[in-house]
Design a protein around this ligand. Structure first.
Ligand code: NAD
Ligand code: ZN
Length: 604
């Protein structure tokens, strides 16, 4: 049981303070749970805010019925009606609670003298005189068998002869009670020594209970002051600092994927095992399907699952993600079992971003960039209904924010499950099919011609490139086969850039999209059409494909831009350093600059 009072006298609201992306109390709860030592873990609180936060994170919380003077009373009330044997009190402000300490306090009840023990607690040796004399550190003295004799805020024992070696022990606020001892404590009035020292466990001694102390030297950090919090955040950062991506990239891939015409039918059985009690699945579905009763009927909505139709008229924005996350949090008190995106790159990216932001605090724009996400996202599933972007397999979710268009690129971004059913792409309009398909083609061209290329990327890139040629230049190919092939080309194209990068067309297309709102697929095509100097062979091939499919691209879209619009566009494009580095090499800055880029934009 973790007693959690919202208002702490020394550091108000401390349990809800941020510790590495989660509130302190959630960290404590998760640490206690992770020890695997308990049949159940509960937070017992007087606060609505804490109660909701714990449930939101999938934990168990109990609301106190009455006002309580102390944490022990709080948990006593909570266990009064429970069928329990031993109750361990873990302090809410001890987020680094270690398994070792808890195991030690419990092991006391396995010892031969267990029958004589009413409760057990921990102590740790301290040597620093500042700590010994600090009244916030409660000292304890014990008898030969480690039964507590007295607790005090004074240094005890007092060393009259300054040369005697004295051992000092600090009391750690972890207790394991027999249920009866806990209830006795609750029912017996406070005693004089307890009231004087303001140390709860003195009451047990005053009523003659036996407290067995175990020694633990694990160093925890209690969060008593704002300074403690700063320190704890540092510790957490150090623990997390992994040797990532310094030389070889170590990236996650989609762990589960199902492929085949009609495999969408299997969705219910795929999701079943992921469902958590009372926690809904949220479906984000492209609103192009709003009137498609046949598809809607096939979405396996159960219990309180929710379907939200989303327009992909504009590409996803960070603000849109924040609004969606807020509405989900307002409507449901349990964190969703999963987020399921059904649509094109826009909806898939939105689903990934929402899944991330449900477990990470703040705003989506704070996470645009590389490896900024702290917590694992909720389970998320991607179901593409148009092929080409590779968003179903990638490690990023591209968002337009207040300052930039940039992905949330992280190990937690990729889907946990992807459903590849080529049948779902049947209704895609012809032009859109081409534009999104060309995204795949351009991914391959940029990856295969980039300086980051290695055999890993090449093997995927070449396969997707060949598939694209077949799909867009072989007039014999029937529609169904073309759809099946493009679905796999998209996947391979995405895998190809996982280890390399895109290049010039993407950098410029991001600029277009940021300033003019031109969508990704068509934007890439508009730009690529003019990149004969960079990708001569493939631009020629692209023009052939364009012709074969009767595609007309808008011309001269940048000619009426104001100077400041042009500057923004160039700035956005040039800020995408890895793309330029891949396209032009480490000395890319010698090969492209703002003026050259402006001239290029002016042409398109
Ligand atoms: P999209 O999702 O914007 O959809 C394009 C159009 O096709 C929309 O009008 C949509 O309603 C329609 N559509 C989708 N499926 C349909 C179907 N089955 N029948 C009829 N109409 C259908 O387009 P997209 O090209 O797939 O995605 C573009 C987005 O993907 C951009 O936002 C881009 O930034 C992003 N993207 C992401 C990645 C990544 O790795 N995360 C990679 C490339 C692109
Ligand atoms: Zn792309």
């Amino acid at each position: 049981m973790i007693p959690a009072r919202y208002g702490a006298s020394r550091f108000p609201g401390k349990l809800m303070q941020d510790l590495g992306g989660k509130p302190v109390i959630v960290r404590t709860y998760e640490a206690a749970k992770a020890t695997g030592l308990f049949d159940a873990v509960y937070v017992v609180t007087d606060s609505d805010v804490i109660f909701k936060e714990i449930e939101w994170h999938g934990g168990q919380a109990i609301m106190s019925q009455k006002e309580h003077d102390c944490g022990t009373d709080r948990i006593a009330e909570a266990v009064a009606e429970m069928d329990v044997d031993i109750v361990v009190n873990v302090q809410g402000d001890e987020p680094f609670t270690s398994k070792e300490g808890l195991a030690q306090v419990l092991s006391v009840f396995d010892a031969p003298d267990a029958d004589r023990i009413d409760l057990a607690s921990l102590m740790t040796e301290i040597q620093d005189w500042r700590e010994i004399s600090d009244p916030n550190a409660v000292k304890v003295v014990v008898d030969k068998e480690n039964y507590a004799l007295y607790f005090s805020r004074s240094p005890i024992p007092y060393p009259r002869d300054k040369n005697t070696a004295v051992q000092y022990f600090k009391h750690k606020g972890i207790y394991a009670f027999r249920k009866q001892a806990l209830l006795d404590f609750y029912n017996l009035p406070m005693t004089i020594l307890e009231a004087t020292e303001k140390i709860e466990c003195i009451r047990f001694l005053e009523y003659g209970k036996r407290i067995k102390m175990a020694i633990s030297n694990t160093q925890g950090i209690e969060i008593d002051t704002p300074e403690d919090l700063v320190r704890a955040n540092k510790v957490l950062k150090e623990e997390k600092r992994l040797p990532i991506n310094n030389k070889y990239r170590n990236f996650p891939m989609v762990p589960k994927v199902v492929y085949g015409k009609g495999c969408f039918e299997q969705l219910a059985s795929i999701l079943g095992p992921q469902r958590k009690e009372k926690a809904p699945f949220i479906y984000l579905v492209d609103d192009v399907f709003q009137n498609d009763q046949e598809l809607i009927q096939r979405i396996p909505l159960r219990f309180n699952d929710k379907l939200i139709f989303i327009s992909s008229f504009e590409e996803p924005k960070t603000e849109q993600v924040d609004v969606l996350v807020k509405s989900i949090k307002t409507e449901f008190s349990y964190r969703p079992s999963g987020i399921i995106g059904i649509g094109g790159g826009s909806i898939l990216d939105l689903a990934k971003a929402v899944a991330i932001m449900l477990t990470n605090k703040g705003q989506a724009s704070e996470y645009q960039g590389w490896d900024l996400v702290k917590n694992k996202a909720v389970y998320h599933v991607g179901i593409p209904t148009i092929s080409g972007t590779g968003a179903e397999v990638s490690r990023t979710t591209v968002l337009t924010g207040p300052e930039k268009k940039l992905g949330i690129n992280s190990d937690f971004t990729p889907f946990d499950q992807v459903v590849l059913d080529p049948e779902l792409t049947t209704g895609v309009p012809k032009d859109q099919w081409f534009f999104t398909g060309m995204d795949c083609f351009i991914h391959c061209v940029e990856s295969l011609n980039g300086t980051f290329l290695n055999e890993f990327s090449k093997s995927y890139g070449e396969k997707a490139y060949d598939l694209c040629k077949e799909i867009f230049l072989n007039p014999e190919l029937d529609d169904e086969t073309a759809r099946e092939k493009l679905m796999m080309a998209s996947w391979h194209g995405g895998m190809s850039i996982a280890y390399s990068q895109v290049g010039v067309a993407h950098a410029m297309s991001y600029g277009l999209s940021y300033v003019l709102g031109v969508k990704h697929g068509i934007g890439n095509c508009i730009v690529f059409d003019h990149l004969i100097d960079y990708y001569p062979f493939d631009v020629a091939l692209f023009k052939e494909m364009k012709q074969a499919h009767g595609i007309e691209l808008p011309q001269g879209i940048c000619k009426d831009l104001t100077e400041s619009q042009m500057d923004t566009m160039v700035k956005i494009a040039l800020s995408l350093v890895p793309l330029w580095e891949n396209a032009l090499g480490p000395d890319w800055e010698l090969k492209i600059n703002a003026d050259k880029l402006k001239a290029l934009y002016a042409k398109i």
